[in-house]
Design a protein around this ligand. Structure first.
Ligand code: 5GP
Ligand code: ZN
Length: 162
């Protein structure tokens, strides 16, 4: 009965869809079995949140992890890097889960454009020099460690070593 109540709760909450319910009392038993179907996230390719189970940035975007949001719009979130490599080190992250630059498709170009416009906006908010460096590591051999597209936005010091 406890499981039955739990399942009904999920169905009412809109989390699951009732597939089948059987009451064995009619057959002389005393159990009730319920089958429910959990929804599969859809990628509507509009930059909406499509969380992938183990993606730390998807969890941050879904506000499942506490993090200070520097800036946000419909397509993009900006956070401070947890291990800054410069006095200003932001991560510009699309809300849509795209693994890396190599996974960007034609339909994603508006999202990547929003990432660039966000960099421009962040620069305007800098105190002092508005110079900045944008970096996108693509693949483990290039140093990528989080496989959700992002630009590192670095500023606040001279970076003439490239
Ligand atoms: P990548 O190595 O993929 O180019 O960049 C990933 C960046 O994400 C790294 O600079 C790393 O410090 C940062 N990072 C990883 N996990 C977290 C986190 O949980 N919170 C924040 N704010 N940054 C993170
Ligand atoms: Zn993700």
């Amino acid at each position: 009965m406890r499981y039955y109540i739990l399942n009904i709760f999920f169905i009412i909450a809109g989390v699951a869809e009732l597939v089948d319910a059987r009451d064995s009392k009619s057959r002389g038993g005393d159990t009730l079995s319920v089958r429910v179907r959990l929804p599969v996230p859809k990628n509507n390719n509009k930059g909406s949140i499509m969380e992938t189970a183990d993606c730390i940035f998807c969890k941050i975007i879904a506000k499942k992890l506490p993090v200070e949001i520097v800036a946000e719009n419909d397509e993009v979130v900006v956070i401070k890097d947890i291990a800054p490599k410069a006095p200003v080190h932001y991560l510009i992250i699309p809300k849509k889960h795209i693994a890396d630059v190599s996974s960007v498709e034609q339909a994603d170009i508006p999202i990547v454009g929003e990432m660039l416009l966000m960099a421009k906006k962040l620069a305007k908010g800098l105190s002092g020099s508005q110079a900045f460096r944008l970096i996108a590591n693509n693949g483990p051999d290039a140093g990528q460690s989080v496989f959700h597209l992002h630009f590192h936005f670095l500023s606040g010091k001279k970076m003439l070593d490239f």
